[in-house]
Design a binder for this molecule. Sequence first.
Ligand SMILES: Nc1ncnc2c1ncn2[C@@H]1O[C@H](COP(=O)(O)OP(=O)(O)OP(=O)(O)O)[C@@H](O)[C@H]1O
Ligand SMILES: [Mg+2]
Length: 504
Amino acid sequence: MADAAAPTRVLVVDDTQDDAVALAFELGRGLKGIETRWAEGADEMYAAIAEWHPHCVLTDVHMPRFDIFAALARIRAAWPLLPVVVVSGLVGEEVAARLIKAGANDFVAKSGVSRLAMVVERELRDARQRAEQALLEDRLRRQQSLFDRVLEHLPVGVWLSDAAGSSMYANPAALALRDGPPGAANAGYPHRRGRWADGGAALTPADWPAAQALREGRAASAERIEVAGAGGAPRVILNSAVPLQDERGQILGYFEVDQDITGLHSTEQRLRATERLLRNLSLRLLDAQEQERRWIAQELHDDIGQGIAAMRFQLARIVEQSREDSAREMAATALTSSQQLGDRLRQICLGLRPFELDAFGLMAGLRSVVAALAGRPGLALRLHCIGAELRYPPAIETAAFRIAQEAVGNALRHSGCGAIEVRLAMAPQHLVVTVADDGGGFDVAAATAADAGAGHLGLAGMDERARAAGGRLALRSGAGQGTTVEATFDLDAPNSHASDTTPR
Ligand SMILES: Nc1ncnc2c1ncn2[C@@H]1O[C@H](COP(=O)(O)OP(=O)(O)OP(=O)(O)O)[C@@H](O)[C@H]1O
Ligand SMILES: [Mg+2]
């Protein structure tokens, strides 16, 4: 009955209309909202069931050209849930039992039709329940088949195992990810073999996420694990396990998921190897550049610088000793030019690599940079050192020097600042170089984004140099707040050489 307000349709099958009317009357006395229809024989009955869709059929047994057993068989085949109540006067108990066996829902003797309303009401209620149950079962079946189809085609391995680790279910993707003799797939996690994909060590049974899920009762996701896939080919999987618990928290088993990430893992490894290669290459280039700069500065200083010094000495002597005015004047002019040439050469050497850096250390190298900038109008440039001046490994001194040089250069070129402070905090275990300006500041995130203009390499270079020397770089800046660049080198860090640190 789909609608409570709609009448309940009852089909009465009887060869005598008076009997049919009497039955309908009897029914109407006991039940509300009943609509009846009369069928005289078998054909009328089938037609009425097919077209009128009664909720219940009341049928007589003995009618001309009517075989009750054949009728029941046909009704059960075509309308399995339709209640059929047999109403008859002339059958014994044995026949009544056979009728029930053949598919009648109940039997009511004509002598006891007062029961009829109650029987029909009960049959209608039972039929409703059967229909609801059939609907639920059908829905469940459809959900189950959908679930099966999803699992069948899911490119992710799914396992369902009991608390001992024995597998109760595995989808095709799960089986394809495990190699081994038939039946081995059923073996629980304690019998599984796998290695950590990053590192290569074999997993112990307790390492498997399934073991953790069973032990701790919570979902466990793994690092990457290398297993032997179908045919023994190594596959890398992401394996996770979720415990299955009853309402009291008792662990009944676990649900395991294997995601095949073999392709992703190898691409990542190749990418990491390429990154390492590029970094090494860039370090070599930086190193070669520093060596070349050091060599050129040295050559210029020792060779050309000495030549200029000798020339100046000679010119000074000519100025002193020449008695001819014009020759003295020309020599004085040449002396001035050679002095300017010497100054320029010193500046070039400083720009390349101040020899003070190698000879006396970081503080001395930076002092020469600051000295070269001294006297710029409107700029207060301060350099100071917290703690005793120390020497650090050449790689750290060079990195720190270049970072400070770039940071000062950036402040001068971009910030519009009035003051720059270069601060060195020197201790045996660490070195911190800070360059702070009071300029306009900038958006660090935008300037360091991967797609920031290709022509700007200073910030990336500072970071690269700091990391290459085992340190780290921090940048703080914001509109109107000035900029602070801070490079920190910890000497007990694995990449550093603390033992080289010596006080001056
Ligand atoms: N101290 C600063 N104050 C204001 N803006 C800055 C400062 N330092 C960097 N910037 C901004 O960040 C950008 C990137 O700096 P970066 O040093 O990477 O490149 P660049 O100085 O422009 O070029 P180069 O490759 O020659 O160093 C600069 O163009 C500038 O806009
Ligand atoms: Mg720059």
